[in-house]
Design a protein around this ligand. Structure first.
Ligand code: 13P
Length: 245
């Protein structure tokens, strides 16, 4: 059975209740069989890592595809690890769409993150045109094949985030997610080493809230969630975690 995760992607936001209060609220969560991970903006990684209790994890939202050098504004994976991150979100659709990250760049980042002992949270997802044209599983399979180049024999977490569901309030239905996760598992079986194909957790992300999480969990197949907007409120994030348990 793959491990389970519920991951808070704060993006370029901070929780209105304050970072310390947020971390303390998560520290009070007992039980559940999914690991909690928080992905704050870079400057707050160290603070969150110091404040959250053992067992919870901290992720960076991105990293450089180089390990050092003249790359103004970039942050190396080893620096993120030193700050306390143990995971790194890679290939988020916002990075692909706004910052022009290609499958090749994402694969290089996967390689360097793994070499630095950061676990990549690799994001894939189709846009609405692709979904409506019936091409979603082919496009997702292409993204999975492209990532194989960076993967080697390393272990990643995969996050399926349909672009049309991100920040739109329009989540995919439980049936659609379950079916798509099946296609993703198939594609992993074709392109990834067998152990990775079986053991990689597959998370869903895209407008997950305490109100729709039960429906998503109800169809099975999902190993957790990557949450944006609703993760900025510790109460909502905790409710999503509870629903998975
Ligand atoms: P929302 O939950 O705000 O739709 O964001 C999802 C996401 O992009 C998480 O990485």
């Amino acid at each position: 059975m793959p491990d389970r995760y519920v991951i808070a992607n704060w993006k370029m936001n901070l929780p209105p209740e304050g970072i310390d209060a947020y971390a303390d609220a998560l520290n009070r969560i007992e039980g559940g069989n999914a690991r909690l991970v928080i992905a704050p903006p870079y400057p707050y990684i160290e603070r969150v890592a110091r404040r959250v209790r053992d067992g919870h994890g901290v992720a960076a939202q991105n990293c450089s595809d180089h390990d050092k050098g003249a790359f103004t504004g970039e942050v190396a994976p080893a620096m993120l690890r030193e700050a306390g991150a143990r995971f790194v979100i890679l290939g988020h659709s916002e990075r692909r769409a706004i910052f022009g990250e290609t499958d090749g760049i994402v694969a290089r980042k996967v390689t360097i993150a793994l070499a630095t002992s950061l676990t990549p949270i690799l994001c894939i997802g189709e846009n609405l045109r692709t979904r409506d044209a019936g091409n979603a599983s082919r496009v997702l399979a292409d993204q999975i094949r492209a990532a194989a180049e960076g993967l080697g024999s390393g272990a990643v977490i995969l996050a399926y985030e349909p672009i049309w569901a991100i920040g739109t309030g329009r989540n995919a239905s439980g049936t659609m997610v379950a079916e798509t996760v099946g296609h993703i598992r198939d594609a992993m079986g074709r392109f990834w080493p067998q152990a990775a194909a079986k053991e990689t957790p597959i998370l869903y992300g895209g407008s997950v809230t305490p109100d729709n999480v039960a429906e998503l969990v109800g169809h099975g197949h999902i190993d957790g969630f990557l949450v944006g907007g609703a993760s900025l409120d510790s109460g909502k994030f905790a409710a999503i975690h509870r629903a998975l348990a």
